[in-house]
Design a binder for this molecule. Structure first.
Ligand SMILES: Cc1cc2nc3c(=O)[nH]c(=O)nc-3n(C[C@H](O)[C@H](O)[C@H](O)COP(=O)(O)OP(=O)(O)OC[C@H]3O[C@@H](n4cnc5c(N)ncnc54)[C@H](O)[C@@H]3O)c2cc1C
Length: 374
């Protein structure tokens, strides 16, 4: 086998599909394909509205991946025969009151300094875009380039594209990385079977640092950042919203089938899967302030996921300090957005041995003791 990929979320599956397209023999191993963070996510493709102070380096790769999304979505639909719910409808950032308006104005100024495309709107202009907005909103900004995709359709389509292109999908867990001398040479599965590979790609999201047998100097420092998100049932034929709407602490993302995702908490609680009353209360309270009509909708689902966080909130992409082991994790809040660029650039690395300039700043070796790949 040329490549064995540990983890079948949006990242592992998209790398597998793009690598197979380049003629490599690929297997992906996961007990539950597509049901990690990639299932729990909201599906926003939001390099601008998700920009945080101090994360300018990540912004560049986020923007690059956003530019690649139309092609990625079209290729994936062709390869899988499935729509992935990619919608280019922009994002409204809305301030319900004066305090939030002041904070959002600062964020807007920061976005403008970075050269990003955001536009201030009067409340009446915002309401003409989204009539369901509260009449009392204080102001809004429109970011035309921040879109969304249905992340659950996306992982389903990726799995199907892998199947159709001949990627081997193995339903099992990796118990251990196998090393020979100073090199990772394969994996041992839950059923006891061993698989050899020229390269093992570690794409197990928040669990990437916990797999046995990874040489310590190459173990990625990933931590789970818990997020709780809920779904409301809206109408498919007369949707309440046509684009993402967000405030300072909440976002609301409409799906083509009428469901509306409201998210999300950000909690440092390890792998705690508890759904809390406080999360339900806070998310709905903040969402009602922006869109009062949400009160009428049925509460469908509450979901908990774990964002794979890294020490600097940037992804880890590329060769590790151990030969035979490539790392693709740490995508934190933006793994759905970053799937196209991660898949293209890691597939390029696997096919050619070259690390592209796009991912070079995100080398996993930046966290290792020596900082150099062997
Ligand atoms: C509430 C929430 C909202 C989010 N919203 C957005 C958003 O709007 N936009 C965005 O871009 N990103 C968003 N994210 C972040 C995004 O979901 C993640 O960055 C992305 O899904 C990471 O993908 P992944 O494939 O690395 O991880 P995962 O999807 O978690 O996949 C990892 C896989 O590895 C498997 N695995 C673990 N251990 C093993 C093992 N030993 N052997 C084999 N397989 C193993 C798991 O079963 C899992 O399927 C959100 C995350 C959360 C939690």
């Amino acid at each position: 086998m040329d490549v064995v990929i540990v983890g079948g979320g949006a990242i592992g599956l998209s790398i597998a599909w793009r690598s197979k397209e380049r003629g490599l023999d690929v297997a992906v191993i996961d007990e539950s394909f597509g049901h990690g963070a990639s299932w729990a996510a909201a599906g926003m493709l939001a390099p601008v509205t998700e920009v945080h102070y101090g994360e300018e380096a990540v912004l560049q790769i986020n923007l690059e991946s956003s530019r690649r999304y139309p092609r990625f979505a079209a290729d994936l639909t062709a390869a899988s025969g499935r729509d992935v719910g990619y919608r280019q409808s922009g994002t409204l950032i809305v301030a319900p009151d004066g305090d939030d308006f002041a904070a959002l104005n600062e964020l807007f100024a920061f976005q403008c300094r970075l050269g990003l495309d955001a536009r201030a709107l009067k409340p009446s202009e915002a309401r003409s875009l989204e009539p369901a907005l509260a009449p009392s909103i204080r102001g809004a900004f429109f970011v035309e380039g921040d879109h969304h995709v249905d992340n659950r359709l996306l992982v389903g389509a990726l799995e199907e594209a892998c199947r159709r292109t001949g990627v081997e999908l193995i339903e099992d867990r990796v118990e251990e990385m196998v090393t020979t001398g100073d090199r990772v040479t394969g994996v041992r599965l839950g059923d006891g079977r061993s698989m050899e590979a020229r390269t093992v790609v570690l794409a197990a999201g928040s669990w990437s640092g916990r797999i046995a047998g990874i040489p310590e100097r190459a173990r990625p420092p990933v931590r789970p950042v818990k997020g709780q998100l809920l779904y409301l049932k809206g109408s498919e034929s007369s949707p309440l919203l046509s684009r993402n709407v967000r405030g300072l602490d909440v976002y609301i993302v409409p799906r083509a089938d009428g469901r509306i995702a409201v998210g999300a908490t950000v909690e440092e609680k390890e792998f705690d899967t508890t759904v809390t009353a406080d999360a339900v209360y806070t998310l709905l309270r903040d969402a009602y302030e922006l869109i009062p009509g949400l009160r009428e909708l049925e509460l469908l689902e509450m979901v908990v996921g774990f964002r794979p966080g890294s020490p600097d909130n940037a992804p880890m992409l590329g060769p590790s300090t151990v030969d035979g082991l490539v790392i693709a994790t740490g995508h934190y809040r933006n793994g759905i957005l970053l799937a196209p660029v991660t898949a293209d650039e890691i597939a390029h690395l696997l096919a050619t041995g070259e690390t592209s300039a796009t991912i070079a700043p995100f080398t996993p070796t930046r966290f290792s003791a020596t900082g150099v790949a062997s």
